[in-house]
Design a protein around this ligand. Sequence first.
Ligand code: IPE
Ligand code: IPE
Ligand code: MG
Length: 251
Amino acid sequence: MKGGGLPPSAPPRHVAVIMDGNGRWARQRGLPRVEGHRMGIRSVRAVVECAREIGISYLTLYAFSTENWGRPRTEVTTLMGLLREFLIRELPDLNKHGIRLRVIGETGRLPSHVRGVLDHAVEATGRNSSMTLTLALSYAGRNEIVRAARKLAAAAAAGKILPESITDEDVAGSLDTAGIPDPDLVIRTSGEIRVSNFLLWQAAYAEFVFTDVLWPDFGKPEFLAALEEYAHRDRRFGLAGEQGTLSPGDP
Ligand code: IPE
Ligand code: IPE
Ligand code: MG
């Protein structure tokens, strides 16, 4: 961090969150893990509301990873049920506040009773423009890159593109996040300091904030504290960083 009164980083345009620690929150209280997931939904609502109020344009939440399919069946089933309930319950508020819903991940693996409400919510909020809320569901960064590679390989095999002319932009545009700017800030709760297959390509120059707070205890004050920490970071993007406010493409 620099002294000397340099301006703090601009507010992040895109914040992504690895919402972790629901199970431990429940265990600490002698409750079943699913109670942690249930309480975690309160945190989702608080963070979405706070992000919208602050004027963050893109909020991405890691809700269920490809690897999470390997959890006990009852936990997976309950999570899917909670997700469906959440989508049904929140849809009016998403529309009221102009929030557009997007999904990244292998959504084809989700049970049809979830996919139905998900597709409906994405469609029903498609013209909203105050904030884009992206849910990462059945998501893994490596899997996303593999699927992008397949698309590009198929286009090359069909003679539509030349392998040697594939660019960063082509790869980015073949990912589930096509059209969404890269995250400026990635927050992970629960004290784990790892990326767990989240936005591997997109987070190339993201700032990371790790907090010990478990997700069900994470609310507006904790979100604001993470933004404050971000504001003091000196982003350089590989450049010399003399100005303290560089962004990619700056001379
Ligand atoms: C995060 O909490 C929610 C999901 C991964 C679905 P966890 O369920 O991973 O909680 P911990 O990490 O076991 O405490
Ligand atoms: C990451 O949390 C995935 C989500 C928050 C949805 P995990 O709890 O699944 O990750 P690990 O197992 O601690 O790496
Ligand atoms: Mg976890």
